[in-house]
Design a protein around this ligand. Structure first.
Ligand code: F6P
Length: 322
């Protein structure tokens, strides 16, 4: 392999820059030419890319977002567009593609390989940590800590004013981020899409502990992927019980910011290992982490299986409530 391209796709996540740097510097060390594609698959379809040097990736390891830019690309669902993408790569003599993104982006990468034979290697880049086969994703640790920082601040006000706060965190359809954030924030309750909730029961429980003097304030972490409007429904129910809850939606604040040391190391290692796997002849795989070790996972598995939330983890979270 003498020439590869790298792109970041889908929602940006802190550490994507470090992953690009890992890919670029490792590939260059083997004398491989690297193209950086702008704005994910959208840029690929527009043949919008630049040649990357070692200097192109200087001074980016500490930056959030992705300097190559990212986009969601619905057109890539169309096989004709994937064929067009392969043609562009062939025209430029690019022999393999590295895709850094979430499960939608990695599905696109898999289909590109399957239909056109272009070797692809995926790297898990998402704050949601919802990708099957890997226990960690680039950006998850930073997003968790960003959410925690926000909740710790909210807690000061909740405590001072004896209020309850419903804090909505990202995670798309998965409660992974919410569960981790909830445990680390000492939340009084964690509501995730994987487990249905009884709104009336929740409200009663919070109102009872307030009356008993054991819960004059509280943080309820709500995953965004719950049933529509769950947060406002709970707030309404709490009002019926005489509580005046506040809603705080953390939103995109969780996506940006300087990557944590953990995410920088993870991203750098996965970037480097992705090139090693490619040179060893692997394709149609994602590099991920299992039992603390870097592993390869067939991209096909990402489509077939869903990463489940560890019920033990949620049990622990619930046991730790006062
Ligand atoms: O996948 C990352 C993520 O931030 C999810 O947690 C969230 O549901 C989604 O992306 C938001 O996407 P967008 O920034 O395109 O609105």
């Amino acid at each position: 392999i003498t020439s590869v391209a790298v792109l970041t796709s889908g929602g940006d996540s802190p550490g994507m820059n470090a992953a690009i740097r890992g890919v670029v510097r490792t590939a260059l060390s083997y004398g491989i030419t690297v193209f950086g594609i702008h704005r994910g698959f959208t840029g690929l379809l527009q043949n919008d890319m630049e040649l990357l040097s070692s200097a192109s990736v200087s001074n980016i390891v500490q930056r959030g977002g992705t300097f190559l830019k990212s986009a969601r690309c619905p057109e890539f669902h169309d096989p004709a567009c994937r064929k067009q993408a392969a043609k562009i790569l062939h025209t430029r003599n690019i022999e393999a593609l590295l895709v850094i993104g979430g499960d939608g982006s990695l599905t696109g990468a898999h289909l590109l390989e399957e239909e056109t034979g272009i070797p692809v290697i995926g790297l898990p880049g998402t704050i949601d940590n919802d990708i099957f086969g890997t226990e960690d994703t680039i950006g998850f640790d930073t997003a968790m800590n960003t959410a925690l920082d926000a909740i710790d601040r909210i807690r000061d006000t909740a405590d001072s004013h004896e209020r309850h706060f419903l804090v909505e965190v990202m995670g798309r359809n998965s409660g992974f981020l919410a569960t981790h954030v909830g445990i680390a924030a000492g939340a009084e309750m964690i509501l995730v899409p994987e487990y249905s909730v009884n709104i009336a029961e929740i409200a009663l429980q919070l109102a009872t502990s307030r009356k008993a003097g054991t819960g004059s304030s509280g943080i309820i972490v709500v995953a965004e992927g719950n049933e529509p409007d769950l947060t406002s429904k709970i707030a309404h129910e709490l009002q019926q019980h005489g509580l005046a809850p506040h809603i705080s939606i953390l939103g995109h604040i969780q996506r940006g910011g300087r990557p944590s040391g953990h995410d920088r190391v993870l991203a750098s290692c996965l970037g480097a290992v992705a090139i090693e796997y490619l040179l060893a002849g692997y394709s149609d795989i994602m590099v991920g982490v299992s039992n603390g070790e870097v592993v390869d996972i067939p991209l096909d598995d990402l489509i077939r299986y869903r990463k489940g939330l560890d019920p033990e983890l949620l049990k622990i979270a619930l046991q730790l409530h006062k």
